[in-house]
Write a protein that binds this ligand. Structure first.
Ligand code: PLP
Length: 496
């Protein structure tokens, strides 16, 4: 029955993008795209960290966001080692901050601290999660172009290690708050270097047209102003040039521009912060943005190589200017958690759509799953590409070009735009989408009143919820026009 409806691979391939080759085996797990622990068991089911996909679906329902704990931890340690070793080869030091916005929960924050990383936050909510997780405040960095006064107060009161200053107005707020609370605060000045990088390309202009940071000239003035403030200490400079970056060149260009300012400020004696670990050299924080593989077409540079390339480039630029290597800092988010995440969905419906290619009709199969843009907004938001595999079993039949879509009332509700899936994908199958550990759960919404899925950590054959899923009751509870049935006539203990 399926065979009649399944298009020939040649025909189906007419709609495939160039980067997606017809696979020999549409059940294979592309190396680098999945967690290192991912494999298939004897029944052909996907297992991650020793836990089989059907078990996860039974226990936690679908969709479920699965996070391979060991993958996260080992990537965190690897990043720290890569940047630390690279800096040590030049007699320097490097700190690594995990960019919490990629995915933050108390457990993940603790994994980071245990792995030797610091944690970056960019809102009161992220700050409170990090503090509640027990991250020492001194190991927290605080970002944002519009940190509100109460957020700055909370950060300074709790002793956050570094605030990354983003505007002149913020500097004046910091001046007022540090005086009012009588607390010292170390800051970095965020520089808009005019370099923006994405994947293989970077663009360098005089000023990048975006909202973050100070131009180089404005950053110089900001440093002078900070120098006048009795309780605000300038610890260094910050630059973040983009995300999903595969090469060194954009970092080198940004570092070169920022180091020119750093050398000048150093000569002027503007760096006054003495860090907890006794650093006397200023900090150069080059941000994050290290790329990962979303599909087999992505070939990111291994972090060790990237770290060495970036740090060597910074060391070269320092040598040219005759200054010692600053204390380096980096802020990876995606490259720590992205590959550790796998989202499991259940297939609900499939249908074949005939598309006119201009040179004859071609078939595209739509595979609808029980989630979508509410648990992964990235395809709709950025046109992000993902891949998918059957997770409950190995499929049979010739590979069919498929588009995995969600259940939302929105035609842009795409989960995986282009993927070859086995010909016999059918309702009730589990589908796994890899590389969903970063920027999926944090961007999740309740669109169409769909509850957000749980996040489940897997390690050593065990699974546990680290962020519980929402229930319909959670959604109803926010709607003040609904009288909760159970609480219609509330009685408290001891009350009649
Ligand atoms: C988003 C962001 C990061 C992390 O980016 P990734 O692409 O997840 O590594 C780091 N630093 C700053 C300032 C950011 O805005």
């Amino acid at each position: 029955m399926h065979d009649a409806a399944v298009p020939e691979p040649g025909q189906t391939g007419a709609l495939a993008p160039d980067w997606l080759p017809l696979p020999d085996d549409p059940n294979d797990l592309a190396p680098g795209v999945w967690p290192a622990s991912a494999r298939r068991d004897d029944d052909g089911a996907l297992i991650v960290a020793g836990v089989a996909a059907p078990e996860l679906a039974r226990e936690f329902g679908t969709p479920v966001q699965v996070l391979d704990e060991d993958e996260v931890r080992s990537r965190a340690r690897e990043a720290l080692r890569a940047f630390g070793d690279a800096a040590a080869r030049h007699g320097g030091r490097a700190r690594v901050y995990y960019a919490g916005k990629a995915f933050l929960s108390a457990e993940v924050a603790r994994w980071m601290v245990e792995s030797g990383l610091n944690v970056d936050v960019c809102s009161i909510g992220e700050l409170e999660v990090a503090l509640a997780a027990g991250v020492p405040a001194a190991r927290i960095g605080f970002h944002g172009n519009n940190k509100r006064v109460f957020e700055l107060e909370r950060a300074i009161e709790t002793g956050v290690g570094t605030i990354v200053v983003d505007s002149e107005i913020e500097i004046e707020r910091l001046a007022a708050i540090t005086e009012r609370l009588d607390r010292r605060q170390a800051v970095l000045v965020r520089v808009n270097s005019g370099v923006h990088a994405e994947t293989h390309h970077f663009l360098a202009t005089a000023h990048e047209d975006q909202k973050f940071g100070f131009t180089l000239e404005a950053a110089h003035r900001a440093a002078e102003r900070i120098h006048e403030l009795p309780l605000v200490d300038l610890a260094g400079l910050h630059s973040h040039i983009g995300s999903q970056i595969f090469g060194v060149d954009g970092f080198r260009e940004a570092a070169s521009r920022v180091l020119e300012l750093l050398a000048l400020l150093r000569e002027e004696g503007r760096f006054t912060a003495e860090s907890a670990d006794g650093a006397v050299e200023p900090v150069l924080n080059l941000g994050g943005g290290f790329g990962i593989a979303y599909t087999r077409a992505d070939t990111p540079t291994p972090i060790g190589e990237l770290a060495a390339g970036i740090v060597d480039a910074v060391a070269d630029e320092c040598a040219v200017r005759g200054i010692p290597l600053p204390v380096l800092a980096f802020e990876p988010g995606r490259s720590i958690v992205g590959t550790a995440g796998v989202t499991l969905y259940e297939v609900g419906t499939t249908k074949s759509v005939s598309v006119d290619t201009g040179s004859g009709p071609a078939e595209r199969r739509y595979v609808s799953v029980d989630g979508g843009m509410s648990d992964n907004a990235r395809p709709a938001l950025y046109g992000a590409q993902y891949s998918a595999r059957l997770a409950s079993r190995e499929g049979a039949g010739a590979p069919v070009l498929s588009r995995v879509v969600g259940l939302h009332c929105e035609s842009g509700d795409v989960v995986v735009d282009h993927e070859y899936l086995p010909g016999d994908v059918t309702p009730g199958d589990l589908l796994a989408v890899p590389a969903t550990g970063a920027y999926c759960a944090p961007l999740a919404s309740n669109y169409n009143h769909i509850p957000r899925p749980p996040v489940v950590a897997v390690t050593g054959g065990r699974a546990r919820v680290i962020v519980r899923g929402e229930r319909i009751e959670d959604l109803l509870a926010r709607d003040t026009g609904i009288r909760p049935a159970a609480a219609a006539a509330p009685t408290r203990e001891g009350e009649e």
